[in-house]
Write a protein that binds this ligand. Sequence first.
Ligand code: SAM
Ligand code: DTB
Ligand code: SF4
Length: 368
Amino acid sequence: MTQIIELSAPSSRGSTTGRSSNNAGLGPEAGTRQAKPGEAKAQREKIGQSEPSWTIQSILELYELPFLDLLLQAQAQHRLHHQPNTVQLSSLLSIKTGACPEDCAYCPQSSRYDTGLKSEALMPLDEVLEAARKAKENGAQRFCMGAAWRSPTARQVDAVAAMVAAVKALGLETCVTLGMLKDGQAEQLRDAGLDYYNHNLDTSPEFYGNIISTRHYQDRLDTLERVRGAGLHVCCGGIVGMGESREIRAGLIAALAGLDPYPESVPVNQLVKAPGTPLADAPDLDPIEFVRTIAVTRIVMPRAVVRLSAGRESMHDSTQALCFMAGANSIFHGERLLTTPNPQAQADARLFERLGLVPMPEAESCTP
Ligand code: SAM
Ligand code: DTB
Ligand code: SF4
């Protein structure tokens, strides 16, 4: 029996989930399947032990489902673990831009490529706070600060820890992405008030060497272990649309699901093709394949918040709508990602209105 069937089998999912995938979620019973905030957490704790371990083959079987069956399964899983029609809003700020020594083939901030990006030193605390205040006014719940570093020095972590403490004091959830961490740095950031550390696996172990040569997969895993060991929430995902095969995408999802436990937050980035990078002319990924990737991620990591991350600026509203149907429940909100454009807040507000989506209540967004 494949894991596609096991997903809906009463014995593998606990007593609250025992229904056939064919009637799950969207039929007349849909109302009774929507987890209320308190229930969702209790349900997850019950389910925790019995989640299947995913192989690349079983993930590929999900990918190969008829599109509508896949979407239905994904939305059904979504409704077991998350409040439907709610989307978490994070805002991003590049606190240190460009001049990165790493050679990530997708990244406009690598010093190895001539991308025309103007490098900027670490931002002063007051400017970071001003940006965080604005993000909060505009409805963001989480403020994510990104730095173009391979790995931060002790002094750089001191400076970022001060930013984390100040942003947290505004009543925002905090997230940073600073590259690889050394022993003790995750604990320092946690003590400053950090909620999430973002560190992406980016792609499958097999494909990694095609994209990055200046660090190894194991380096990423080691940092993720330090982050988890410090008790921080893990935000870890990857990028699709880098010319990889479906099997590579499945390999990425298997690697994410194999983290123990799997990340609380999983950003799925569609490559933003930055001029000057080796991937500037990567072939477009079929939007349906992108939606499939979101759906498979949702099914394989049902309790995670799945973030429809980079790439929305060039994505049709209908594709985004399908991504929400497939279980995406977080976005970056605000007109910039790190160095590239993101949809205008007004455009997102219109899309939410058209789709009947609302921002996720804060209590729901922090501890999935
Ligand atoms: N330097 C740190 C690191 O690499 O961990 C933190 C910042 S880095 C820009 C954060 C993540 O942004 C990367 O891991 C990658 O997944 C994503 N990213 C960077 N450039 C991208 C692009 N052009 N399109 C999509 N995602 C991108
Ligand atoms: C993540 O997975 N995606 C965000 C965030 N984590 C830091 C970054 C996307 C960057 C897109 C390219 C840019 O704007 O520079
Ligand atoms: Fe540097 Fe991070 Fe960009 Fe890689 S992804 S080049 S490590 S900023």
